[in-house]
Design a protein around this ligand. Sequence first.
Ligand code: ZN
Length: 199
Amino acid sequence: MQMKGPPSSNALPRECPLPPPLMSEYVRLIYPHSKTALHVVAVGERVHGFLTHWWDGRAVPCKGPGEECWYCQQRQQPRWNGYLNVIALPSLRRRILCITEGAYRHSKTLRDHDGTLRGKGLKLERMGTAKNAPVRVQVGTPASQVTLPSDWDLTATLCRIWGILPTFFNNRIPDPEPAPANGEGKRQRKARKGGTSDD
Ligand SMILES: [Zn+2]
């Protein structure tokens, strides 16, 4: 079925002569792409849930109920997604881990530790070779010791990723922690080789 985009509109495009200044490190979402296990260390204590719609290859927030949500109006059923601030291994980059409803429901150790996750290691694996094979999350000792940054504003960061009220949220996002010494180089090499997940 051909998906319909937003309704046509005569509103003028928003001109912006120069790229806006970078406010802080851009924190991206991660989730397991392939069968290779993904290892992270939790920075936040708990998983934050949001209702989202899967649209054009990515999760977008549901603004519902009713009239407010354009995606609901297209009869797209909202789905629950959980989000958790983490440090990705081995890159040591700040990321937001995205956990589907199925993964959350089927991961007992995650449910048991939700609320006291900070400092614990999470291992995420796809249970099969298909791109959308179910994911299992296991909580335990971190795969390596890391110095944890203080927790950051997950909702504000998600809103920035989703393009919601950027000016309002600018001031809520703290400055980044200093970049780890051994970070980016390895990560980029891994990404070029088609590595697991940390991008
Ligand atoms: Zn909706």
